[in-house]
Design a protein. Sequence first.
Length: 395
Amino acid sequence: MSETNWPDIESQLYLRTFKRVPVTLVRGRGVRVWDDKGAEYLDMVGGWAVDTLGHCHPVLVEAIERQARTLIHTSNQFYTIPQLELATVLMQNSCMDRVFFGNSGAEATEGAVKLARRYGRLHLNGAYEIITVGHSFHGRTLAMTAATAQPKFQEPYLPMPPGFVNVEWNDIEAIKAGTSEMTCAVMLEPIQGEAGVRIPHDSYLREVREWCDEKGILLILDEIQTGVARTGTLFAYEQYGVEPDIMALAKGLAGGVPIGAVLAKESASAFGPGDHGSTFGGNPLACAAGYAVMKYVVEHDLASHVKRAGAHFMEQLDSVVADFAIVREARGRGLLIALELEQDIARDITLSCLQHGLLINSVQPNALRFMPPLIITNEEIDEAITILRTVLSSY
Ligand SMILES: Cc1ncc(COP(=O)(O)O)c(C=O)c1O
């Protein structure tokens, strides 16, 4: 195996954007990955909620290989079949009518915002403001930084592009107060992943939906992290009894191949030819991967598996909360779970787990996040818990 010091090379060559943990991964299979020294790890990070079917799942590998040999890219000047196959499976399994494919989450939310502004121009007297809520995360483009209602992301890049009204999270009155004749939409994550898996009160989404209906404005759900069975239903909105007008997807949709998607109800499908576009978005390679993943998720009812595995995981974590004073709370839905700590030691714990062969994510200074491949077994969850307990016992 290589003796090259990759972290050293990264520190010289890469823009200083990421606070990585000191391991260089070279290979993966299922829920396990291996580093350049041959050490094995159980992966509860899952590429930040992306590796839906685990690493190098044969169904996904075969789909990518087959498409790579057939047609990788053509541009959206032409019709291509994988794009329409993926569109079909998405429409058959969601409340949506139309889709546009991009390449990332930020592009998906940005596309959703553009669609809402187009709707506002056509149907709401030019209304263009989007209400977003505290602790949200919608991506890293400049406009999505303005949408992301967290000062720490906005301050380095001020001034922010106009058109976003940031209000309190989990508070329908704050959304009402932020609404004006310039509002065209409210954009929310059903569960806030990057904020540390924050779950709103049970009636919140329904209240927001009712308010949007009353005002005739659009509800955009950012299901980039919660979608594709991550929370135990194919899309998180199913658990709240609401349907969005526009939905953004990315992350797990193609199991690790970059993709993003804006989905819309026919009533909100305000784009006309030339209003939006993308060179790579929806290309045959990414869409063949997405189609293979979506088909697998639907045909194997992975959402039900996630519900069961998530319940088992939560049971184990609840006993961790009971046994360790340093742990305050476990919360989550399906396989999107956080463990909140009494102190800001999440990164220390992440580094200790790494030494013991477990990859986890310190999503906040005082919170760990678990978002493993959705094919994880109870045995693999138990293995992770055993390591976590060993690490926590030294605090
Ligand atoms: C809810 C949500 N929206 C948007 C994004 C941005 O996605 P990407 O990093 O693919 O641009 C993320 C990424 O973490 C996310 O969790």
